[in-house]
Design a protein around this ligand. Sequence first.
Ligand code: ADP
Ligand code: MG
Length: 462
Amino acid sequence: MEKKLTNNRNVFVSEEEKTLIWDDIQLDLEKNFGSEVYKSWLKDISLLKEFNDYLVLGVPTRFFRDWIVSRYLDKILELVKKFKLSVTRIEFRITEDKKTNLNQDFSEVSKVTEIKDSILNYNRLNPNLNFSNFIKGSSNEIALSYSKKVCEQISRYNPFYIYGGVGLGKTHLLNSIGMELEQKHNVMFISAERFMYHFIKSIKKNDMVNFKDFFRKSSVFIIDDIQFLRGKESLQEEFFHTFNSLIDKGSQIIVSADRAPTKLDRVQERIKSRLSGGLIVDIDSPDIELKNKIIRRRLEDIQNQFKESIIINDEVLSFIAQESKSNIRELIGALNRVIAFSRVHKRTLNINDCKSVLKDVFNQTKVITVDKIQSVVSNFFNIHLNEMLSQRRSRPLARPRQIAMYLSKKLTTRSLPEIGRRFANRDHTTVIHAVKTITRIMEKDEEMKKNINQIKGMLFEE
Ligand code: ADP
Ligand code: MG
């Protein structure tokens, strides 16, 4: 916190002091933004100067800077604060482009992106993500079964749209479809981030013709994380045309996103409506059963792959499955840490080792799921979950049911129809009614208010 009187103008300047290890922050950036965004935009950020309350980061070009500032800066700052709480702002300095001259800008961009940015390089499917190692559970079985159907006959469900939260298996499914169809079709697999990146690069290099041809020649076009396709009219225009021309010639389009098409922001209406025109499926958070299956299967795969005997006892595996939030990526990350620990220490972990190894993994903000709400509410009222979800209308069951619907609406990002579906396939109007009813009762009834607060407390603690 030290401030030092430095120059003769008598101003306080925070002294430069280096405590950050930039590589660690980079790892965290990759983890948080995902490898596509990271590789495209964040990898080349360097730490130039570090002060007590701010950082100066180097970025290759102005274009990079503007892009990063407009999209990622808030979150980068948040991450940096985890490493150094006193940092309150970030400044950028351009490390490569000397002039603002346009031509200069072009060459800088191509310099930065030199080696790895050929579209071909990014069109690789990952053979490790396929149908045979995708594990079925109640949260993903519909998405899985339609993904397989899409492979049986292309253009039947067109476009095929899969959505769900982070780390629930969307990319895994898309990739599986790609692997399956690759044998017979010209498959194009790209993230929306990459698509935009190549689009912009092509404009700068005056190479739009190639860009268009490249994407339009695919017979299966898979685009991952389409929520990143936003803003930039010209880009959306191009996407729309690509989309239409592919559909016209009978190509299959497969899309993933973190939300339903209607909820995409800063995406043109006509694109949303195009995206909604085929089949939409969602993946929900895994239940404990699925988490248990995935973690055990994963451990087995690692043992087979490395032909080593890693012994992780059952209690530890169950602990991880239980504690990990509704995110399969995090579940696997936790398992990897535990494995690394037992490799390094050459011994089997007990539950306390495990807790301490995973302390920071599990201490992140809590994600509340519909499942969790249902189980906490039914416990709270001492009724069976099946009864709460049943069609019976007696008040002792109907009230808790309505409370659970109300909380699902308030505490999760799920839409009304999605919530309805999770309550034994009820209509979204039933959910609306429940939300209204509980809101109204809460206004007058202290008891109700108290109950709801108590349930919330139970959801957020643990
Ligand atoms: P998303 O694209 O939805 O953010 P990913 O497809 O990247 O999520 O999945 C995150 C991790 O979880 C990946 O390692 C993936 O292989 C794994 N995973 C997700 N769902 C399953 C599943 N049902 N069976 C096995 N592994 C899964
Ligand atoms: Mg993904």
